[in-house]
Design a protein around this ligand. Structure first.
Ligand SMILES: CC(C)(COP(=O)(O)OP(=O)(O)OC[C@H]1O[C@@H](n2cnc3c(N)ncnc32)[C@H](O)[C@@H]1OP(=O)(O)O)[C@@H](O)C(=O)NCCC(=O)NCCS
Length: 409
């Protein structure tokens, strides 16, 4: 089996192979076909070929930035377009490609990669763990009244309703640059969020609101007229569905939700991609107004350099933990002393007795603060070696803001 980068002359072979792996036919240009593929980086697309040169597998990576807790954007490989022809499955083609790709990411100096998994059982063995979660919130309009916030008088109470900003309804085609600018501001502050490289916006590659799919966009501006949030949406048979609500703070989110749920001729508002524990449910006068569904994993994280990854993120409590980390896929193992002081971590090899033993995929799951280590201890995946170790790990890994990602790639 040969694994090699795609060349200028065989990108079409790469794309055909991915389509065949997913059992899909190429989209027509009318549907925006080809745009997503044009966002691929040629030198990051891999083809797996049989000994006689037939393409049987594909894997690619985008050069994204991932925002870590503490508002720290770092380079992250966004693994995508993974497929093996149905005729060649369960013969180790993906395993060979994953090994090749992980080595290549390290050679580039990247210390973590991320992906969206088509099926949950595929990627744990390669060291990826689910790290962010997302759900949709469905709200019947007749139940959608917002409660009067109990913290009135507190200067930054987000739902006071005294929003001095404004909302304008624009068409997607009219406001691309505004959306790109607002999204970029939002993602730099949101742990778990990915950059959307300018190329993606320029090419209109991806899902709404990037894609050419027709959408209305409610753009929120602050009192000075500066755009600080948007909701892209469509209406069908009385249901207004928001693809994504991007807000640089809670008050802006509330203003956009108020706009969506106040829309005439709409019986139901659906917010896709709502983070877990989003305050919106608490803001309804009727706590049961928002029905949560489609609760699922979104971003999976794979760490390739444990000390670098742990020292790159921000921390919100001082403490010390010894982590014994196994990486069975790469045949590696390390024991590290993690010391956090004033928001910064130091992480060095140690011989000390471990507090926790874990697989690198579980470290990926807890890394952004979206999964509590104690949950994985209770699930039997992580081992706590002394009483209180899991509680301490929970407190240490917790972040100021739950991680969330809504970029599809
Ligand atoms: C997922 C896919 C790429 C796997 O490729 P593959 O070459 O068959 O994978 P491998 O042979 O290297 O499998 C390695 C191991 O993972 C397991 N595995 C692979 N795909 C799996 C799946 N979908 N569900 C459960 N286990 C899976 C294999 O059984 C094997 O286990 P083993 O080592 O215990 O025998 C291939 O099935 C595919 O193209 N599926 C459709 C497209 C898709 O879903 N792509 C992923 C996009 S995120």
């Amino acid at each position: 089996m040969e694994i090699r980068p795609t060349t200028d002359t065989d990108l079409d072979v790469f794309v055909d192979t991915v389509h065949a792996a997913f059992g899909r036919f190429p989209e027509t240009p009318i549907e925006g076909g080809g745009l997503w593929w044009s966002a691929l980086e040629m030198d990051r697309c891999l083809l797996a070929l049989t000994a006689d040169g037939r393409p049987v597998g594909t894997a690619a990576a985008h050069s994204f930035e991932l925002t870590l807790p503490g508002e720290t954007p770092v380079p992250a490989a966004g693994v995508t377009a993974v497929g093996v022809l149905p005729s060649h499955r369960r013969q180790g083609v993906l395993s060979t490609m994953m090994r090749h790709q992980l080595a290549e990411l390290r050679a580039r100096g990247e210390f973590l990669s991320v992906l969206l998994a088509s099926e949950a059982p595929i990627y744990g063995r390669f060291g990826y763990g689910p790290a962010t979660y997302t759900a949709r919130l469905t709200v019947p309009r007749h139940q959608a009244a917002l409660a009067v916030p109990r913290a009135r008088g507190v200067a930054d109470a987000p739902a006071t309703g005294s929003d001095n900003g404004s909302v304008a309804v624009l068409r997607r085609a009219e406001c691309g640059e505004t959306l790109e600018e607002v999204y970029d501001r939002y993602r730099r502050a949101q742990p778990g969020a990915l950059s959307r490289p300018h190329r993606w916006w320029a090419l209109r590659a991806g899902q709404p609101p990037i894609s050419p799919a027709p959408r209305y966009v409610a753009v929120h501006r602050d009192a000075d007229g500066v755009p600080d949030g948007y909701a892209s949406y469509s209406i069908d048979s009385g249901t207004l569905t928001v693809d994504e609500t991007i807000a640089t703070d809670n008050a802006v989110f509330t203003a956009l939700a108020r706009f969506v749920l106040g829309h005439d001729l709409v019986t139901t508002g659906v917010f896709k991609h709502v983070p877990p524990e989003h305050p919106l449910r608490w803001q309804f006068a009727d706590f049961r107004a928002g029905e949560v569904s489609g609760d699922t994993d979104w971003l999976w994280v794979r760490l390739l350099d444990v000390p670098r990854a742990l020292t790159a993120r921000g921390w919100f409590m001082d403490g010390e933990l010894v982590l014994d980390v196994a990486d069975p896929f790469l045949g590696e193992h390390g024991r590290y002393l993690l010391t956090v002081r004033e928001g910064k971590a130091d992480c060095v090899p140690t011989d000390r007795e471990p507090d926790l033993s874990l697989d690198v995929s579980d470290l990926g799951s807890v890394y952004l603060g979206g999964t509590a280590p104690s949950t994985l201890v209770r699930a039997g995946h992580m081992r706590a070696h002394r009483p209180g170790a899991a509680t301490l790990a929970d407190a240490l890994f917790r972040t100021d803001r739950p991680p969330h990602c809504l970029h599809w790639f």
